[in-house]
Design a binder for this molecule. Structure first.
Ligand SMILES: [Mn+2]
Length: 275
């Protein structure tokens, strides 16, 4: 077994423990192979919204918690920044338990002196902020739209109007999603500027990134539901994006090639070739 790779800081967010979508096994592997002086949990670590609807907590989700607590016992400083799905943790701001500090937001200074605001990010998501129920209607709104589409077109045909195209509408939705990501990045960069720091490290939109946004560094940790990504700070203060799905895929490929090579190397299985 290899020694875990050590970083100055690790940033993880949007793990969504307590949901079927959570890639707990992938995260356990990741935590086994990575260590840091400090770990930031940047919100939506567990999913209180989903757990309220029905309890789902398999052993692997416990294992993730145990792995983090063990790291804290061994000296890793762990800072928990709550998100919107685990907002219940916002009642424990300033608390300290099991070696974990709970803070609403934090300023992290890297080894090279760059200062980052660390925050989940939902505070800038107007839909979530102003009307919590809006975030919950997604599924049935879509179903209703499909149903409505049929009736709407039938009615339109009566007075010779044009069809309202669902696929066109969905394409527009994708465009709006792209616009939303852009607006989110801008809002967070603006908050970093207001906080007089060099950049921001956030989560929330499940879209990992390291980029510059009008002179402000924008870093997003991604998630452990679809993409399995983390952000790591090296000993020299460089930020790197770790794509754990891609690394696992590359390893499987390498293993397969090794296996084939080993097979080919066995003299008994290689047919003698005429020179
Ligand atoms: Mn969130």
């Amino acid at each position: 077994m290899n020694e875990p790779q050590r970083f100055r800081t690790l940033f993880l967010s949007d793990i969504h423990l307590g949901t079927r979508g959570c890639q707990a096994e992938m995260l356990i592997d990741f935590l086994r192979e990575h260590d840091a002086d400090r770990i930031y949990l940047v919100g939506d670590i567990f999913d209180g919204w989903r757990l309220k609807k029905g309890w789902y907590w398999p052993q692997t989700h416990n294992d993730v918690v145990q792995k983090l607590l063990r790291k804290a016992r061994k000296g890793t400083e762990i800072i928990y920044i709550p998100g919107n799905h685990d907002e219940v943790m916002r009642s424990y701001l300033g608390s300290h338990f099991g070696g974990i500090d709970v803070r609403d937001r934090d300023i992290h200074e890297t080894a090279d002196g760059t200062r980052y605001l660390v925050i989940h990010g939902d505070q800038f998501d107007m839909v979530v902020r102003n009307a919590k129920w809006l975030a919950h209607i997604g599924d049935w709104a879509y179903t209703a739209a499909l149903w409505f589409n049929g009736w709407f077109n039938r009615a339109k045909r009566l007075w010779g109007g044009q069809y309202w195209s669902l696929s066109k509408w969905l394409k527009l939705k994708v465009k709006q999603a792209v616009n939303f990501i852009g607006a989110f990045e801008e809002a967070l960069a603006a908050e970093a500027r207001r906080s007089r720091v060099d950049g921001v490290i956030c989560g929330h939109i499940h879209h990992a990134a390291i980029k510059s946004q009008a002179g402000i560094r924008y870093v997003n940790t991604g998630d452990w539901v679809e993409s399995c990504t983390a952000i790591a700070e090296t000993e020299t203060g460089e930020m790197v994006l770790i794509d754990w799905v891609e690394i696992a895929r590359a390893r499987r490929r390498a293993k397969l090639i090794d296996l084939r090579a080993a097979k080919a190397g066995k003299p008994a299985k290689v047919k003698p070739r005429a020179a």
